[in-house]
Write a protein that binds this ligand. Structure first.
Ligand code: C5P
Length: 232
């Protein structure tokens, strides 16, 4: 089975836009990410449609709640047949452990990853919410905790991926948003890198939203990224 490294973030307000883009994409070239906006608007039905079209789906709902609630949410998400789900590592050890245990024994369980630090946050934002140290220090600490809790990987910025690749198990997967081809707008992201830099840093999966979804020709934009990483 193919294991596409590119994940297109379907950040659309409704199913119509998401399905229109999905209809132009190839499930052997990319997976699709359904985040809070689209899932809130379109729900499990949309996830099922994407699955039926052959796409692996990353359900990016970043659960962050008490352990019992997160465990229940993970169990419900695993029933949707998605490829990956995630929690916030800042929810802590008990919450991440409960999430992992909720999926144990599921015949076709999704990969479980933890968001370390949002790629939109810089040093000043961290200080404001009381997180001491550099982004790399926080990300490294949270990734180690996620690994100790038995999760399958983390979501991090490509800027922190190299250090995590060095420190974490080889099969601990690194999922990196904050991807910006050299000519793309930065938007609200802060800790960004090009597709080639992300792969060179050890990222396993690259999440790309607006550089594809807002491109005049999304398919051409995605193919250009696929070519860039194929050559690296
Ligand atoms: O449009 P853009 O490429 O910036 O989209 C990035 C996607 O990755 C968004 O859907 C965002 O929710 C998600 N994400 C992120 N930073 C994280 C985790 C997820 O940007 N740490």
């Amino acid at each position: 089975m193919s294991d596409p490294r590119l994940i297109v973030a379907l950040d659309y307000p409704d199913a119509r836009g998401a399905l229109a883009l999905a209809g132009r994409l190839d499930p052997t070239l990319c997976r699709l990410k359904v985040g809070k906006e689209l899932y809130t608007a379109a729900g499990p039905g949309l996830v099922e449609k994407l699955r039926q079209s052959g796409f692996g789906v990353f359900l990016d709902l970043k659960y962050h709640d008490i352990p019992n609630t997160v465990a229940g949410a993970c169990r419900a998400a695993s029933e949707l047949g998605v490829w990956m789900i995630n929690v916030h590592a800042l929810g802590g050890r008990a919450m991440m452990t409960a999430a992992r245990e909720a999926l144990a024994g599921h015949p076709d369980r999704p990969k479980l990853t933890a968001v370390t630090l949002l790629t939109s946050m810089g040093a000043a934002d961290m200080e404001e919410v009381g997180l001491a140290g550099s982004p790399q220090e926080s990300v490294t600490r949270l990734a180690r905790l996620a690994q100790a809790c038995g999760l399958d990987g983390v979501v991090c910025s490509p800027r922190e991926a190299a250090e995590l690749r060095r420190l974490c198990r080889r099969d601990f997967c690194l999922v990196t948003p904050g991807i910006r081809p050299a000519d793309a707008a930065q938007d609200d992201q802060q800790r960004i890198a090009t597709p080639r830099q992300a792969v060179a840093s050890g990222a396993d999966y690259l999440v790309i939203g607006r550089p594809v979804t807002r491109a005049p020709d999304p398919l051409a934009a995605l193919n250009a990224i696929a070519n860039e990483i194929a050559q690296s």
